[in-house]
Design a protein around this ligand. Sequence first.
Ligand code: GRG
Length: 382
Amino acid sequence: MANAVTRAAVAGCGERRRRVARASRVLVSASCRNNLKKSATPGRFRQHARRVRYPEPKFWDRAMNFRVEHHASSIKNVIFSHRVAAFGNVNLTLYLKSRQRMIDHALDRFLPKENAAPPTIHKAMRYSLFAGGKRLRPILCLAAAEGCKGRMRDALPLACAMECIHTYSLVHDDLPSMDNDDFRRGRATCHKVFGDGIAVLAGDALLTVAFEIAARAKPTRRYSMSEMFREISIAAGSRRLIAGQVADLEAEGKKVSRAELRYIHENKTAAMITTSVRLGAMSANADPKKLRAITKFGYALGLAFQVIDDILDVTQTSEKLGKSAGKDIAAQKATYPAVIGLEASRAEARRLTNTAQNALKIFGKEAELLRELANYLLAREY
Ligand code: GRG
């Protein structure tokens, strides 16, 4: 039956044929034989192929476990992490691992393949994207969707878009004309491997593909696609992420005030984190009160994350961080430890995490993951 369906579906030509054939492989590899039986005509087959792109969570978990079997010895752990998350008693380390795999799998599907022409650029994009980042922004986006009683599959394209933009910013930040770094996410930086020109283009391409990926999301009753695109554009644009980077570059070697430091952190780091959780909430059609609470949470958490990042830069090794430690001092960067001292920075991180937790008071158990994530980030060591 599967062969007949595939033959009928690939009766067209070119890209359509390749897409349908690829979709059929996804179906077969995920053991959806029932779907195949139903999709006996090309039209119905396409409907099913479309559905498979955004599988039901139950199906998704099964497909993820299926895939994980080939990559990790800890399949039991992955299944367990899904279960514990579902029952509220969250084993966070396992939860994070399973979400990272889910996001990696989705990014792999959303991104052009490595051998797509021209291969150099796609290799470079994938080199940086799959270098082992923590996937914090997409994980927060998914958790915010769950916190607002939405579905992860609706938030997934938005979550992946934010990770692509974040990775672009790291690739560009590492360039010799910016931070000039050789080491990122535990491996040589993009420009060290592919050269400066390709690294600039890989960053550009990651930024643009983010919008292509985000376009896979669906509008909700309260939030249109154009609102979501606007949200992403502002966070990544010249008044937020880029504004923070400009202020950071201009502050190098200068004595900055606490207010100036806050401006850098708000824009360089907190804006992207705030937008990640907002998009998750928007994908869940959150009401204005919940969206405001999620925004407060994201903003305070984003600032706390950067304060902790500054602390880790002076307290951890490069091996542990997977990036060059101690660079902030060497480059005379504007950081919390440099401006207010290490102990006061720790206290500030705790205060901000507390603010983030308080913002979630209007939520019930459904926001438990967001609460756990905030505590986890405060205690992180890399
Ligand atoms: C080039 C427009 C442009 C912006 C660059 C991202 C960035 C802005 C600079 C990198 C340096 C830095 C300290 C940025 C603040 C945000 C931050 C802490 C990034 C690192 O995020 P993690 O720890 O990284 O989540 P992984 O690799 O785990 O994703």
